[in-house]
Ligand binder design. Sequence first.
Ligand SMILES: C[S@@+](CC[C@H](N)C(=O)[O-])C[C@H]1O[C@@H](n2cnc3c(N)ncnc32)[C@H](O)[C@@H]1O
Length: 245
Amino acid sequence: MHEDGYFDERVAARYDESSAEMFDPEVVDPVVDFLVELAGGGRALELGIGTGRIALPLARRGVAVHGIELSKAMAGRLRAKPGGEEIGVTIGDFATTSVDGTFSVAYLVFNTIGNLTTQGAQVACFQNVAAHLEPGGCFVIEVGIPNLQRLPPRETMRVFHASQTHWGIDEYDVANQGLTSHHFELVDGRFERLSIPFRYTWPAELDLMARLSGMRLRERWCGWRKEPFTSDSRKHVSVWEKPAA
Ligand SMILES: C[S@@+](CC[C@H](N)C(=O)[O-])C[C@H]1O[C@@H](n2cnc3c(N)ncnc32)[C@H](O)[C@@H]1O
């Protein structure tokens, strides 16, 4: 695999365009409002900061943001944007990379916890976050609920997006909590394929990872506007807290 992981130069160059709906202010603003409130005037750490979809508007709201990012190509796109120079980015794996100082909030959005494809790496990520949080600080994750209720017995593929220019198919490996998202995107008249492996989790497993790291669940919502989390929720936004000293 490329040293930038799955988000190499080719993917980084198209990221903002191919994820355009995630850059819509209707999507971004509630995330930023939620994080500003949790930061409470302190610093924020974004794991997998990417091209700054959340970090840039959060910084514009007066929150000091630092990022950890595996892909130099993605970080380069962030740096090239207005305000990007003011956001520090440490290149490395967010499961293990240390940065200076402590934070009042750390966040990992857009299903990115699943980019760590082993349980051990996901636990290490929680432990790494706990080590960076101030007492009373919070860790926020936004991640989808595995769509297994829609998967008939012995079938492994599920279409999650279908349009003229983009087909998305999730391939489940239930025995290993594995999920590979296959994207087929029309680029310059040809369909290009990008397949990214994930490890899916249930909320309770993440709660246990938090407990193993000395944190406890504070809130769980279905979305950034604090919609109730129910049996029908397709994703969750969860907040774990490091106990105050
Ligand atoms: C789906 S993108 C999300 C980017 C940004 N957070 C956003 O919301 O637009 C996932 C990002 O996480 C980065 N990433 C994935 N695994 C990583 C890891 N183990 N350590 C650091 N960065 C990672 C990828 O390079 C990519 O930039």
